[in-house]
Design a protein around this ligand. Structure first.
Ligand SMILES: C[S@@+](CC[C@H](N)C(=O)[O-])C[C@H]1O[C@@H](n2cnc3c(N)ncnc32)[C@H](O)[C@@H]1O
Length: 372
């Protein structure tokens, strides 16, 4: 970024954070991420239109309708596996522009009893995104209700979907130093005009279970999302008590491990994560092993994770694509096949994205996870 672009991009949030850090000292990466994404006025999701070709990034349901449709069919099967309850909560966490819910509901229409039994809840903190969801789902047969938090939804058997939701929950970062670990913090550049990384002065508590110092090198980073773990614990406790499944789809790693995955994207390009907070999407990879452990600790079970490509293939991606192509123009066929390739191919979204299902232990393994 050149200096002129930098000055033009400076945000009010950045100025406020700089003042705060001057006054009180460095803040955690988690606090920075929470403010940059969720600040009530200047947070990224509150003030931007982030998703799609015109925005900063795109997601699988925005690329191909097949994604939401296959998951809609998955939901119907999972509901049948729960004994087809006459009333249940259908919940989406962080529904973006509502595209996936629209596609899921269209596919689920083949089972009208499912649609009649569902109470649709959208967990969304951004007023701006809620407006988009409302517009898109205006014609749907189930009227959505919105919740700020999962805990606001009345208890009951539930089917929960979260696509690219856990990756925006704040993470803490820890850096291996000469003699141990220090928390990586957001402080100021030497001239105090910019945000910059720094390190905490005291070692983090041993109870965090950071990797053995002998197994890492100086400079290595280990990440923990307490927000993600708390959210998963809340979901699992509810599923264990009330029954149901939570399907979590996100990019991340199967096993907990070292690595700096704190990243920002703006206009479909990587962006320095501490520059212009509130104007870029900030995410971190999801630690699927940590989420699976949370399930066990909270009376639920975890199925998977399985790669997104393999999961979609198991749900019948190829058959669905060929069905959709029937009778279409060559240009449309190309579009459908390219979309399917982008969401499922190993060198696109198929391998880096994983699918984990947190479930009530009394239920059979849902579709896509049977042989794991
Ligand atoms: C990356 S988008 C995912 C959009 C959508 N699931 C998709 O696949 O297109 C993240 C969504 O989560 C919402 N969000 C972010 N943090 C949230 C939080 N803590 N609670 C509820 N919603 C949140 C955002 O406003 C946005 O709708």
């Amino acid at each position: 970024m050149n200096e002129r672009a930098e000055a033009a991009d400076r945000t009010q949030l950045e100025d406020r954070l700089i003042e705060l850090i001057k006054l009180k000292g460095p803040i955690t990466v988690a606090d920075y991420m929470a403010d940059a994404l969720g600040h009530p006025h200047d947070g990224y999701y509150m003030s931007s239109a982030p998703i799609g070709a015109e925005g900063d990034f795109t997601t699988a349901p925005e690329i191909s309708q097949v994604f939401g449709e296959l998951i809609g069919l998955w939901l119907v099967e999972a509901w049948r596996g729960m004994g087809s309850p006459k009333s249940f909560n259908l919940i989406e966490l962080g529904p973006g522009r509502g595209v996936m819910m629209e596609d899921m509901l269209r596919a689920a229409r083949l089972r009208p009893e499912f649609t009649r039994a569902a109470h649709l809840w959208l967990v969304e903190t951004s007023g701006r995104m809620r407006v988009e969801q409302q517009k898109r789902l205006r014609a749907s047969e189930i009227k959505p209700e919105w919740a700020d938090a999962f805990s606001d939804i009345p208890p009951g058997p539930s089917l929960i979907i979260a696509n690219e939701f856990f990756d925006c929950l704040p993470i803490h970062q820890y850096q291996r130093v000469k003699n141990g670990w220090r928390e990586r913090l957001v402080g100021l550049s030497e001239d105090e005009t910019k945000l910059d990384f720094t390190l905490g002065r005291t070692p983090p508590p041993a109870s965090l279970g950071l990797p053995d110092v002998a197994d890492c090198e100086e400079g290595d980073i280990f990440e923990i999302s307490f927000a993600g773990r708390d959210f998963a614990a809340e979901l699992c406790a509810a599923l264990a008590e009330q029954g149901g499944h939570a399907l979590i789809i996100d990019y991340g790693h199967m096993r907990s491990g070292l690595g700096d995955t704190f990243q920002a994207v703006r206009r479909h390009q990587y962006w320095p994560p501490l520059a212009a907070p509130g104007r870029a999407d900030i995410t971190a990879h999801v630690d699927f092993e940590a989420l699976s452990r949370i399930a066990i600790d909270n009376g639920a079970v975890a199925h998977g994770p399985v790669s997104q490509g393999r999961f979609l293939e198991r749900l019948g991606l190829n058959i669905r694509v060929e069905m959709l192509c029937k009778g279409k123009s060559p240009a449309k066929i190309d579009e459908i096949r390219t979309g399917a390739y982008r969401i499922a191919a190993p060198d696109k979204m198929g391998e880096i994205f994983k699918v984990l299902c947190l479930s009530s232990p009394s239920l059979p393994a849902p579709a896509g996870f049977e042989e794991l």
